[in-house]
Design a binder for this molecule. Structure first.
Ligand code: 28F
Length: 634
């Protein structure tokens, strides 16, 4: 910097300071997610060049020193003095926070990321950054530290071609973890390569010494094939359409005969896992076209009144990629739901394209409409079964299930229902409870997996009916919150694998059929200990309860004690009443966790994965999550 500060310099410093003070506001968090956000911001600038047809190759290198280098074959960042700052354009882009909108709305038709402030945010949060630009026949470089230039823009040796190359080292003062994940970066880069047909993306990892190249000449058609893996499309041939005019978008989709499916949507090549306006418009378009096709051609089968958006979704695999010009608006806790209204305008174009395609491909159209009618019929059958379960529970409501040991108090805000596994745990819980406000319902064995079971099966499941009766509210359209009989519903299962499985099944049941109780915070998990450890003997002995093997090992190692007695609880039934009381039942000493739903979509997906039919998916999930589960903190 020069020796006199201008108003501009002060503004720049203030901007960067704001980023360093509240990094979360700009990149979400300062953990693994925020760390990787830095890479996305820089890569997205290269991707913007590619999206606008100026770049065919992007290379991302994970360096041994923890820095990342991103290089593109675009036009290179302009180096001339920028009229609004009086500085060169590189410095302007990398140091001014509020010079958003890519400075000039005409330069870029579409842009992703933080609307042009991405580069300065990454710079502010990097201990070091080196920018290299090939342009006008020369290499130009400039260096920064924590967002502040430490060199001028230097014109170096002559260089062929054009492009930008940026290396940055995330600042350890800001980030908790500095370890980039090849897998996370790979996944994101592969998606970019799928979304921009023909773009070549190379990922080099100098830590593991691996190089991977992604290039998909058929773009989202290749992407659809990839996510469908070994799923057979109904009607053999996927539908594909694109629009290059005012509103740029592309879609590829196919139905399978299975019930699972996957819709992946993107805006300006950024994933929108929670959907939003574009995805809704997409669903509407296909629902309307298929609905009118069925009504015109076949007519609806007996008993089926109409085709819903849900029916269309069943077995559907789809990629939707939309590009918008203006500022993108996102919604939701994790900002991954698109909220921009312009995206709705894809609906008429999608409808027209799909309609034409159906008329030109009658055999495909026939296969797809049969497939959709099948889900409509299945939906009606399960609705009928669900209503019957509710009716049964509702009519016998006055007679509470025989297995329920009810409490004497009636007031809902003081009472608690403990759901325990098996008669033996039921027996000891009855001894340990305070019968004035604590009720016990023993459940036998594993209750039905509600994600997989047809609703027909639910109806005949005794455990489920007695659960619904005890809770009192009814389910489905008969749900009545005012009839809730207990303020806390506490799931108390053994601390072993079977116990975890049963509590997961119960959680899934509540989440799917009594979601209001979960949202309103009535559901709890008790955490029974796995071991009792008595340290010392006689009068001076102390007792500690521990919840995991890891915790036990840690305790024994830390204390380095000789005189210990360890008791492992095989189940709640084996615990004596005082132990059970103090660890999971007595409000003054127990450990219980309230079940909350942070992110609806995520929870939805987690249950799908845990309880759904795809065993492989379930395995991956459990493997990936197991570490988190061990670290569960109370
Ligand atoms: C490794 C990361 O950041 N690549 C980029 C360009 C190209 C242009 C540009 C970037 C111009 C006036 C803002 C070139 N020629 N890779 C990158 N490549 N930025 S960032 O322009 C920025 C605007 O203010 C570019 C003509 N127009 C644009």
């Amino acid at each position: 910097m020069g020796d006199s500060y201008t108003v501009n310099d002060i503004q720049v410093l203030k901007g960067l300071e704001a980023v360093r003070k509240r990094p979360g506001m700009y990149i979400g968090d300062t953990g693994i997610g925020g760390l990787h956000q830095l890479v996305w911001e820089i890569v997205d600038n290269s991707v913007d060049e590619a999206l606008n047809g100026h770049c065919d190759t992007i290379k991302v290198v994970m360096e041994r020193d923890g820095s990342v280098t991103v290089e593109d074959s675009g036009r290179g960042i302009p180096i001339e003095t920028h009229p609004s700052t009086g500085k060169n354009t590189v410095e302007t882009i990398f140091c001014s926070l509020h010079a958003g909108g890519k400075f000039d709305d005409d330069t870029y038709k579409v842009a992703g990321g933080l609307h042009g402030v991405g580069a300065s945010v990454v710079n502010a949060l990097s201990a070091k950054m080196l920018v290299r630009v090939r342009r006008n026949g020369f290499l130009h470089t400039q260096e920064f530290q924590r967002g502040i230039p430490v060199s001028p823009l230097v014109k170096e040796k002559p260089a062929h071609g054009t492009g930008a190359k940026i290396s940055f080292l995330p600042d350890p003062e800001i980030f908790g973890s500095l370890r980039f994940s090849t897998e996370i970066i790979r996944e994101r880069l592969e998606i970019k390569a799928f979304l921009i047909a023909g773009l070549k993306i190379i990922l080099v990892d100098h830590i593991e010494n691996t190089t991977q190249t992604f290039c998909y000449p058929e773009g989202i058609k290749d992407f659809l094939n990839h996510i469908m893996e070994d799923h057979e499309p109904v009607g053999a041939q996927p539908f594909y359409c694109f629009n290059q005019n005012d509103l740029r978008f592309e879609a590829a989709l196919a139905w399978t005969s299975e019930t699972s499916g996957k819709i992946l949507s993107f805006v300006n090549s950024i994933p929108t896992p929670a959907g939003g306006t574009h995805e809704n418009a997409f669903r509407n378009a296909f629902t309307k076209v298929i609905r009118s096709y069925i009504e015109k051609r076949n007519g609806l089968p007996k008993g089926v009144k109409g085709v819903s958006a849900e029916d269309i979704k069943e077995g559907l695999f789809a990629i939707l990629s939309v590009y918008l010009n203006g500022n993108l608006e996102f919604q939701g806790q994790t900002k991954d739901r698109l909220n921009s209204l312009e995206a709705q305008h894809i609906e008429p174009a999608l409808r027209a394209a799909f309609e034409t395609w159906l008329h030109q491909n009658p055999s495909q159209a026939q296969a797809i409409s049969s497939r959709v009618l099948l889900s409509a019929q299945a939906r009606l059958a399960s609705r009928a079964a669900r209503d019957e379960v509710t009716r049964k529970a509702a009519t016998t409501r006055l007679a509470l299930p025989g297995k329920l040991a009810d409490c004497s108090l009636n007031s809902r805000d003081k009472t608690e229902l403990f759901i325990v596994e098996g008669d033996s745990a039921g027996g000891s819980s009855k001894q340990a409870r305070d019968r004035r406000f604590q009720a016990i319902l023993p459940i036998r064995g594993k209750i039905l997996n509600v994600e997989q079971a047809s609703l027909e099966k639910l109806r005949n499941n005794r455990e489920i009916t007695s659960l619904i009766q005890s809770v009192g509210t009814g389910i489905g359209k008969n749900f009545d919150y005012s009839k809730l009989r207990y303020g806390k519903i506490i799931i108390n299962t053994d601390a072993d694998v079977d116990g975890h499985h049963i509590s997961t099944l119960l959680l899934a049941f509540f989440y799917r059929f009594l979601p209001d109780l979960v949202h309103k915070g009535h559901l709890y998990l008790a955490l029974p200990p796995l071991y009792r450890i008595r340290i010392g003997s006689g009068k001076n002995s102390r007792v500690k309860y521990v919840f995991t093997d890891k915790e036990k090992e840690a305790l024994l190692k830390r204390r380095n004690i000789k005189d210990v007695e360890i008791q492992r609880f095989k189940g709640l039934g084996e615990m004596d009443a005082p132990t059970l009381k103090s660890t999971t039942m007595d409000p003054s000493s127990r450990s219980i966790l309230r079940v909350t739903v942070d992110d609806e979509m995520k929870t939805h997906r987690i249950f799908d994965t845990l309880m759904g039919k795809d065993v492989r998916k379930r395995f991956v999930f459990i493997k990936e999550r197991s570490q988190e589960v061990h670290e569960l903190d109370i």
